[in-house]
Design a protein around this ligand. Structure first.
Ligand SMILES: Nc1ncnc2c1ncn2[C@@H]1O[C@H](COP(=O)(O)OP(=O)(O)OP(=O)(O)O)[C@@H](O)[C@H]1O
Ligand SMILES: [Mg+2]
Length: 430
């Protein structure tokens, strides 16, 4: 179910053996990091007192993605430096070198980047011009600003995807509620989807709009608004790939992602019953998008599967992604480990699954702040259960962790993950 390919995306159908490749055309000049010194030829960084030198990965953003990326770097002996908003952030609790500061401030970013061999991200919110400034200072930024802007701005993303012929829902930027109503008329009528082009997450910044009056709300933030046809999808999928500066790429099996109230709830790997041709198409599409946009690191392509057997791109994320958390326990190399390898331009690891089925369920905060109490029951009930908690305070509805289960029988694997997530949350008591 997993493939690896050169930049041209010769992924083939799911189930191929892992292959490595370099693109036939020369990739953009790449600065290689090595254990013998930083790319700029400056002072050696990241040295342990014993004299062995490892690169320092600078991670901007202290959320759970940073925490789990750091975790994946530990067995490789990598050093992490973290730029975090507060000392309480998920990753700030575990990374030894933490800078507390504002990623929107260029001076803070510059000071942070000194002593890092490469910069990567937990989120997509660092201003594009700041990333260009860091690059001009000689710091490799991965993914780079020209790629990342497509994950930062949904308007830019739609324009570029349309240009490269990637299938998208009908869309256009709209000026005001009347223009949104005009778009609805063009797209076959209400309801339509309105999205702020920047700053959305977990469904915040996305509205299902049923009338012109309804359309007022999205414009209140003063951010440009993108209108999209409301896709009548059968389900949501994600095609996750990792690409290195060399142009090596690996593709994970395409997964089904189930959202509840706009928040990812369950991910099933691989997507059950997905037509093999469509799965291959989705992987090829993700590899092609990564190559065209020059993505380095993990790329999640969120997809809709339509009733008539097509896939449409919903959005892109250029960092480890919730739809890839299953890989921690369900794949030979996790998305986090491969993201780290990619940003250091190391050979990528095998993305193939370890079991026929892996299911991830997010653990959201519920009424019981002490989730540790639930470990006893969950672990005793299912010795194969993998719990990943983020060290975040439990607040109702907040993503505070996830669980992974795997095995041969999908119904059983799914039930075990669901049970553990619900028990941890406190919505069931046995
Ligand atoms: N054009 C569309 N048609 C139908 N449903 C849509 C459309 N766009 C978005 N949605 C629904 O809204 C959800 C959130 O949209 P989107 O992924 O764009 O926003 P987000 O808040 O950036 O998401 P994320 O939680 O991935 O950060 C999607 O997962 C999907 O369920
Ligand atoms: Mg999304």
């Amino acid at each position: 179910m997993a493939v690896s390919a050169g930049e041209e995306g010769a992924a083939g159908s799911q189930g191929n053996a892992v292959r490595c490749g370099t693109p036939p055309s020369a990739p953009a000049p790449v600065r290689h990091l090595s254990a013998t010194g930083p790319p700029s030829g400056g002072p050696r960084r990241g040295g342990y007192s014993g004299g062995v030198t490892f690169p320092v990965v600078g991670m901007v953003g202290g959320g759970q993605l940073a925490r789990m990326t750091h975790e994946a770097g530990i067995p490789l002996g990598l050093k992490f430096k973290l730029l975090s908003d507060t000392p309480q952030d998920s990753a700030a609790q575990v990374v030894s070198e933490v800078v507390i500061g504002d990623y929107r401030d260029l001076d803070t970013l510059r000071a942070f980047a000194r002593g890092c061999d490469v910069i990567t991200f937990d989120h997509e919110h660092v201003p594009t011009e700041h990333l260009r400034a860091l690059e001009a200072d000689g710091i490799p930024v991965r993914p780079g600003p020209d790629a990342l802007v497509h994950a930062q701005d949904k308007g830019v993303m739609r324009a570029r995807l349309t240009e490269i012929g990637a299938p998208c829902p009908r869309h256009r930027l709209v000026r005001d509620p009347a223009d949104a109503a005009a778009f609805a008329a063009e797209a076959g009528g209400f309801p339509v989807i309105l999205k702020t082009v920047r700053g959305g997450y977990d469904g915040k910044g996305v509205w299902v709009v049923r009338s012109e009056e309804d359309a007022a709300e999205p414009f209140r933030a003063g951010v440009p608004v993108l209108a999209e046809e409301k896709v009548d999808f059968v389900r949501e999928l994600a095609a996750n790939i990792v690409r290195s500066p060399h142009g090596q790429a690996v593709a994970y099996p395409v997964v089904e992602s189930i959202q509840v109230d706009g928040v990812c709830d369950t991910v099933i790997a691989p997507a059950p019953g997905l037509d093999e041709r469509l799965a291959g198409e989705a992987q090829q599409l993700a590899l092609r998008i990564a190559a065209e946009l020059g993505v380095v690191g993990h790329l999640a392509v969120e997809l809709f599967e339509t009733r008539d057997g097509r896939i449409l791109v919903n959005e892109l994320a250029m960092r480890p992604h919730n739809s890839g958390h299953w890989t921690q326990d369900g794949a030979i190399t996790s998305q986090f480990a491969n993201h780290v390898r990619a940003v250091l331009d190391l050979p990528l690891g095998d993305p193939r699954p370890r079991a026929p089925w892996t299911v991830m369920c997010n653990v959201l905060g519920g009424d019981y702040p002490d989730m540790y109490q639930a470990y006893l029951h969950c672990m005793a009930r299912d010795p194969q259960l993998k719990i990943h908690m983020y060290g975040k305070d439990v607040k109702p509805g907040r993503k505070v962790g996830h669980v992974n289960t795997y095995g041969d029988d999908l119904a059983d694997v799914r039930e075990r993950a669901r049970h553990a997530a619900d028990y941890l949350r406190g919505t069931i008591t046995e």
